[in-house]
Design a protein around this ligand. Structure first.
Ligand code: SF4
Length: 542
């Protein structure tokens, strides 16, 4: 759905996943539509769902495009079983059992899968699992606070090392979501990545035009899975979890070599990355503490003292990849979490690796433009996003400039920002415009918040509540409110000026007006207004 529609719900004219970038080749709600077709064609064959859409719709969830709560996708699609998250392991187990002739309805205690059963039947036995019952779908429909409370459990369990089994009634059925398996170990991830992939799109797309998304990733290498950032608007941890599964150095370098030897390779690796570029090999120093941890993020509100943030293994991979014959340069296209690199609480040893990494990154692995995502300038909004304070981004820019100057480079920071995120008001956007202008940024990498299923921000968007504190959160929902926020990104465009100027005058936001449009005419009008205001006050007192 994100691929089909813009944040404003306008149909996109292109599709990066289709040859020639053409749109219209996949239906909306593809999982549901395809299941329906398969069930009609082969009514006796079980349908097993997988992939990110199934993962994120495994409980009652908010669907932005229909603007309503939807039931779990098994009830909605009539499929038989769902495998969620990164599913190599549960899928392998599932296939072995199906091959043995066990019918899917008997496979009710397979980890990392979800099934439906009659709502009054007893839960399948498994002594090792703790059980949590969520508010039913019907209760969520009538009470937003219950939907919000459900989310807290869902998020916590998605980020635990030993999660509970969650279940929820929906109509006459109950969805049972069995706990996820532990993250893959290095050997297991290597096994998956080292399979003899063709590294090409499906042969049916042959000669049908370039596929933009494939072109973007064909010379890139994924180093790890999972993300412990816990950003409110992001779906990665709901799908991949917060614990990192990393490939071995050998497996990664072998893939780089394979790319280097491919026919159309010109020498540049576009990304040595992952969900976040710099979480490779990171995990708790004392895993027994992680075993009982429920934090959705290991780095927010502050970097956990138990997290080992050494960047040394990653720096070494960059260096070794650069030395492979045929490689001219390796770039890092994935987003870098700068909060870890600036963590003052890190050990001296860790700090040393941070410095080294940043220098290596900025001097050798960016192509003149470094993409980082402060996401906002308001600390209230950033807190709601679970992102670090904007002051940290400022520190990062100073560090960036220093390294840049020392290396005699002329690199640029390209910051990413989001408008209309829960807790963001129009005034926050005006201040964002002023703050970023003062830092000499003309914003280009900007987007409106899109509520996707199973994120904290989406639950706040729908309920207007923070599920953890139950406090009210301001949400810009209608088109006009969103548009009003978005236009502050583009204050520098001549066509925006008149509109923004008159709005800021009307609202009395002269502090921002002064910064955005400091020319004489604005200043004069501003001074005139102030003097009128002062005169008015005096008259009143008299
Ligand atoms: S203890 Fe710290 S490092 Fe371990 S999972 Fe929790 S937040 Fe992450």
């Amino acid at each position: 759905m994100v691929n089909h529609y813009t944040a404003g719900k306008r149909l996109r004219s292109n599709d990066a996943y289709t040859p020639g970038g053409k749109s219209g080749f996949r239906p909306d709600y593809a999982t549901v539509v395809y299941t329906d077709i398969l069930k009609k064609l082969f009514p006796d064959i079980p349908v097993i769902l997988g992939g990110i859409e199934a993962s994120l719709r495994r409980f009652t969830h908010f669907d932005y495009w229909k603007n309503e709560l939807k039931p779990n996708i098994l009830s909605w699609s009539q499929a038989d079983l769902l495998v969620y998250g990164m599913a190599e392991k549960p899928l392998r187990e599932l296939v072995i059992l199906l091959q043995k002739g066990i019918p899917p309805e008997k496979l009710n205690t397979l980890p990392q899968t979800a099934i439906l059963q009659d709502k009054d039947s007893l839960l399948p036995k498994n002594k090792k699992w703790e059980d949590i019952e969520l508010f039913s779908h019907e209760e969520c429909l009538t009470d937003k606070t219950k939907f919000a409370q459900n989310f807290k459990h869902i998020e916590e369990e998605s980020n635990r090392m030993h999660p509970a089994r969650l279940h929820q009634v929906c109509g006459e059925k109950r969805i049972i979501v069995n706990p996820a398996l532990p993250p893959l170990r290095e050997k297991e991830v290597d096994y998956s990545f080292d399979l003899p992939y063709t590294r090409l799109p499906h042969p049916r797309y042959h000669n049908k035009g370039a596929i933009p998304a494939f072109d973007m990733i064909k010379h890139s290498v994924n180093l790890h899975r999972g993300c412990f950032g816990g950003c409110s608007f992001c779906t990665i941890s709901a799908h991949q979890g917060k614990f990192i599964s990393s490939r071995s150095e050998k497996s990664i370098l072998q893939e780089v070599e394979q790319i280097a030897n491919s026919e159309d390779f010109k020498g540049n690796i576009s990304d040595l990355g992952g969900p976040s570029a710099n979480m490779y090999k990171m995990r708790g120093k004392d895993l027994s503490i992680c075993e009982t941890c429920k934090r959705p993020s290991c780095i927010f509100p502050s970097v956990c003292k138990n997290l080992n943030t050494s960047h040394q293994p990653l720096t070494e991979i960059y260096r070794k990849a650069d030395n492979i014959p045929g490689i001219k340069r390796t770039y890092i296209g994935s987003g870098v979490r700068y909060d870890m690199l600036l963590n003052q609480e890190a050990t001296e040893q860790e700090k040393k690796t941070h410095e080294e990494y940043l220098k290596e990154l900025l001097t050798k692995h960016v192509s003149g433009r470094v993409k980082v995502a402060p996401e906002h300038t308001s600390d209230t909004v950033l807190k709601t996003m679970r992102k670090p304070s904007f002051s940290l981004f400022k520190k990062f820019t100073q560090k960036f400039q220093k390294i840049n100057d020392e290396a005699g480079l002329n690199q640029q920071i390209i910051p990413y920002f989001i408008s209309s995120h829960p807790a963001c008001e129009e005034r926050d956007m005006a201040l964002l415009a002023a703050e970023t202008k003062s830092m000499n940024f003309n914003l280009e990498q900007v987007q409106d918040f899109t509520p996707t299923p199973m994120t904290l921000a989406t639950v706040m968007y729908y309920t207007g509540l923070n599920p953890y504190t139950r406090e009210k959160v301001y949400v810009a929902r209608n088109k006009e409110e969103k548009q009003n926020q978005r236009q502050f990104f583009f204050w520098y465009k001549p066509e925006m000026r008149q509109q923004l100027e008159s709005k800021m005058k009307r609202l009395g936001w002269f502090d921002v007006l002064k910064i955005l449009f400091p020319d004489n005419s604005t200043k004069k009008k501003n001074d005139d207004f102030k003097s009128r205001k002062r005169t008015g006050k005096r008259k009143k007192r008299l």
